[in-house]
Write a protein that binds this ligand. Sequence first.
Ligand code: BGC
Length: 744
Amino acid sequence: MRLLKIIFSVTILFVSFTSAQNANFEKKIDALLKRMTIEEKIGQLTQYSGDRKATGPVTFKGDSEKLIREGKIGAMLNVIGADYTRRYQEVAMQSRLKIPLLFGQDVIHGFKTTFPIPLAEAASWDLEAIERSARLAAVEASAAGLHWTFAPMVDICRDPRWGRVMEGAGEDTYLGSRIAFARVRGFQGRGLGNVDSVMACAKHFAAYGAAVGGRDYNSVDMSERQLWETYLPPFKAAADAGAATFMNSFNDLNGIPATGNRYLQRDILKGKWNFSGFVVSDWGSIGEMAAHGYVEDRRAAALAAITAGSDMDMESGAYRDNLAGLVKTGEVPVAVVDDAVRRVLRKKFELGLFDDPYKFSDPAREQRELNNPEHLAFAREIARKSIVLLKNENRTLPLSKDVKTVALIGPLAKAVRDNHGFWSVELPGVDYDKLIVTQFDGIKNKLGSDSRLLYAEGCDVDCRTDEKFAGAVETARQADVVILSVGERANQSGEAKSRSNIHLPGMQEELIRKIQATGKPVVVLINAGRPLVFDWTADNVPAILYTWWLGSEAGNAIADVLFGDYNPAARLPITFPRTEGQIPIYYNHFNTGRPPRGDDSTNYVSAYIDLKNSPRFPFGFGLSYTSFEYRDLKLDKKRMRANDKLEVSLKVTNTGRLAGEEVVQLYLRDRVASVVRPVKELRDFRKLALRPGETKEVRFVIDKEKLSFYDQKLQWTAEPGRFDLMIGASSADIRLSDSFELVD
Ligand code: BGC
């Protein structure tokens, strides 16, 4: 009781301190706004890229130092490093009002220490680890002078052709929302104002992941229901976690570019969700509204964007050139500009930059944090957690460390930079080739001195010729086991890296066939930034690990899994199609009026006549070196009222010989509703660690929120009726089920 009282009083003290501090900031902003010229205000809404690196088409080639000195630039991107940021900040301190600059950067999966690509991390289903990954990235980035990361990307994606699928958390709204929350918390740590916290930026608002045909920057056309139900919730979760900023998006949504979309930015984000941070445009996206054909020119683009609630202009220069004129003619009320400026200044105050503009630019801290061995140790841990075991026949894995001869074959076995994955940070003067543990090195580190590691490339990633196949087969013949490392290059996924053909590139699968024909045990490692198609391999090769792009410690993490020092426990956060013709494919589809019964029923049912309906690997799927049994499902009631909580419990036992982790997944289906509902929807999950023979009880609580959806009037509601409850090891492997009723 005493402890509770203390916690209560501390919380009250903290809340009153924060609101007093906020009121104080608002007063300071009022005072500052009064002193600012319109040009200086627009400066706060203008962001440019530094001269060392560009992450989009460069449109601005002016003298940024001069503009900063004149108060005409408020934020930079692609300016990294304690010294380099300090240099720019010194220039800002020569401006009339000495308003500090913000430095933003795409810190997407780690900083100097690279963690797995976000899609891989999502496969860990480990929210604590995902939060820690963002935390450590923020610790490093903030030590290198940065205040702001353009992450997390929280776009739901049901189309693996889209190159940016690697940057998000996959296809599922529930999992994606939990991960969005964890990532924002990780980046912002104990809150803005702490020197190791950076502002998060939920992007791309909104629906960018649904680009038609999976082609980057393409249009999005979707129903309001799908927008609210599937695409917006991760953004809401990011806002709830306190994301300081949002980024809008390149796509148009139902005919209106997201950047000029008032409904998204003003009505939903700043209105309904009461978001007090600021919105930055995507790179050049304000100017690009003319190319969309939404506005005549950049002046009209600036008018549309600021009116719609896009506060900061990244790189297009449309605000710089036009906003003052638009205010002068009265087309843009000065209050609209003031509101945008206030939002930006508020964050600068919250970060503490007005007290000390150089507080993040500390070379000693930079030196320490960028070389912190704990970060590398964590990189190995989260990389192992991200590897999905897709197949393991005849207990091919784990391999014995005493194996005499291992052949490592394939175009990616010695890959260096690829392991960083797309969207990794490049620090000037850092030799990244030395920072990566390759698969070859990781496996070599693991083998005893009596073992031999042979290597053959087989072909390069494009694999257009079989010239080197014979040599690879010869190498395989000399070995006791073959590890084949195939996949796509890191830069075949990411921004502007959509692919129409997502098969293993070139003749890679032909190489796999040749090696498999030697009769040696074969383990295939697939490196990729998206689900790839590899049907023959999936049918014929005994063991497959999906290794994505795992970052600095990739090779060690993969070797840990190959040789059983870590028991794989990742689960797919996205459905793997059999072939591109099934796309878009996702587990939470509707039933239709003519659902097929299994893969073989095709006549007058909703199916293909030349392709199965089922995916190659379903959402939530992943194997372990041990096995788990589910039993004793109990519901504490079979009928619940809207304000009841229904308790679900079950037992899970590790029935194998190795310790391992299981991801217990809870799916629900609303049998009949005023709008049709998916065949199942993930609504909760638990990741459990179990020793051999150990049993644990898992408990879930179902409340009204978990049963709710958008009804015909788009009201968030739960309708009375019967619900199916499914507990599974994946979306397609339901182990226990029951049903219950929601009553009035
Ligand atoms: C991307 C954003 C990114 C920005 C800055 C754009 O091209 O769409 O996600 O944050 O560039 O690099």
